[in-house]
Write a protein that binds this ligand. Structure first.
Ligand code: M1P
Length: 250
């Protein structure tokens, strides 16, 4: 095989390489590592934190096979399992603003009537807060049920609008997370953040593959960024299909 090109392919995780919050399928994993990686550099860029990505990639060994692992939109940057850089939303916005956001979110969610409510409604991460009306400790079937309810009733879209109105001028971005949650992070700490970490590598081309590419989705900014060639995908199978086309693999 010809030497690897100085090109980087970046992949969102949920909805792009896996079904939301599920593990990557073996055939796609093998395809990425045995067919794609020998041709171009590969990286993950997810809104999720490191433990969730490791779980979805089926372990740290496989996760470390990726040239880059960008968690929490790239604000948490890992290479070969080592944390290279990080940021703190707490330091950035301060305790007072953080509590205002959490208090408003909890108050808003307390008035929602949903098919189910479980626990872990606010997950505090290094560089973002993840807010989840059904609660992150819901089961897979409760997650799917909320997702269907959300598609019909636009629960999260209305929540995002209420947060945006309440915190106008706060320099915070409120974006739809994956299937059941809303990510809150300082404006600019979206997935384009990860591009700063690879700027010195002078890749001749960076392609990004993601499913949430419309406004309000957490792939929107990087998909539309001038530094990337954006690919909208509809499922892990579609990602594989588009990769075969890009790399001329039969
Ligand atoms: O797809 C990335 C998102 O994954 C999870 O979303 P959800 O639980 O809503 O499906 C969260 O980790 C979220 O922060 C992240 O952006």
């Amino acid at each position: 095989m010809a030497p690897r090109k100085n090109i980087l392919y970046l992949f969102d995780v949920d909805g792009t390489l896996t079904k939301p919050r599920q593990k990557i399928a073996n055939d796609l994993k093998d395809f990425l590592l045995n067919e794609v990686k020998p041709r171009v550099a590969i990286g993950l860029v997810s809104g999720s934190d490191y433990p969730k990505i490791v779980e979805q990639m089926t372990g740290e060994e496989i996760t470390n096979e990726f040239d880059y692992v960008f968690c929490e939109n790239g604000v948490m940057h890992y290479r070969q399992g080592e944390l290279k850089s990080t940021q703190s939303i707490l330091n950035y916005i301060g305790e007072q603003t953080l509590q205002k956001v959490i208090n408003f979110a909890l108050g808003y969610m307390s008035k929602l009537e949903l098919p189910a409510k479980r626990g872990n409604f606010v997950e505090f991460r290094s560089s973002m807060i993840n807010i989840c009306p059904v609660g992150r400790s819901c089961s897979q079937s409760e997650r799917d049920e909320f997702s269907r309810f959300d598609i019909e009733h636009k629960v999260r879209a209305k929540f995002v609008e209420a947060l945006q109105n309440e915190f106008q001028g706060s320099k915070l971005t409120f974006a739809l997370g994956g299937q059941i949650s809303v990510d809150v992070f300082p404006t600019g700490w979206d997935k384009t953040y990860c591009l700063e970490h690879v700027a010195d590598e002078n890749f001749s081309e960076i392609r990004f593959f993601g499913d949430k590419t419309t406004p309000g989705g957490n792939d929107y900014e990087i998909y539309n960024d001038a530094r990337t060639v954006g690919h909208h995908v509809t499922s892990p199978d579609d990602t594989k299909h588009q990769l075969k086309q890009c790399l001329n693999i039969n």
